[in-house]
Design a protein. Structure first.
Length: 181
């Protein structure tokens, strides 16, 4: 069996026994404790975000689980970077937007056709999911000033002349279920 992936200094790996379907032999999957902690910290927010964009509940749950699996596969590289949360967010949004490509999309998913993705992400996390600017920044792997700027840009777009489609889309998206955290 290959060695366990490296973990951050001072952490120990978390092992999970798994039964294989062939032969019934047990294998052990080793997850770094810091990865497990990262998942526990971000999982609820990721789920709330996914449910805003993916109409099918099971598809939203699967998208988050696959995104975390993608992150697990590159966890050592994600930790080596300066923005682990940003790398995780990129993996999540890639999976979520793939899952959201259905004829029955949500009002929130329509925002991505009207404003840049980083702006839509910040707006959904802050105004619909209910995160503070600090929590948005932590989730996105961005600076608070960047999140504030994205929110201000959206507000300017929303009040601009000729933004009827954006206003209608935003009204529909913001009527969605809010999940204050």
């Amino acid at each position: 069996m290959p060695p366990a992936p490296p973990t951050a200094v001072g952490t120990t790996p978390h092992t999970t026994p798994v039964r294989t379907t062939l032969g019934g032999q047990a294998i052990t999957v080793v997850l770094p404790a810091d990865f497990t902690a990262f998942c526990q910290l971000h999982y609820d927010v990721y789920q709330h975000y996914a449910h805003q964009l993916v109409a099918n509940h099971d598809a939203a749950v699967d998208a988050v689980q696959h995104a975390l699996g993608d992150l697990a596969a590159s966890w050592a590289q994600a930790l080596a970077g300066h923005r682990t949360a940003a790398i995780a967010w990129a993996a999540l949004t890639r999976r979520i937007h793939q899952a959201a490509r259905t004829p029955a999309g949500t009002a929130a998913s329509a925002l991505y056709g009207l404003v840049p993705a980083p702006e839509a992400d910040a707006v959904l996390l802050h105004h619909v999911v209910g995160l503070s600017i600090t929590a948005c920044a932590d989730t996105l792997g961005a600076e608070e000033a960047t999140v504030t700027s994205l929110l201000h840009n959206f507000d300017r777009r929303l009040t601009a002349d000729g933004a009827e489609a954006l206003r209608a889309c935003w009204a529909a998206a913001s009527r969605g279920t809010s999940h204050p955290l």
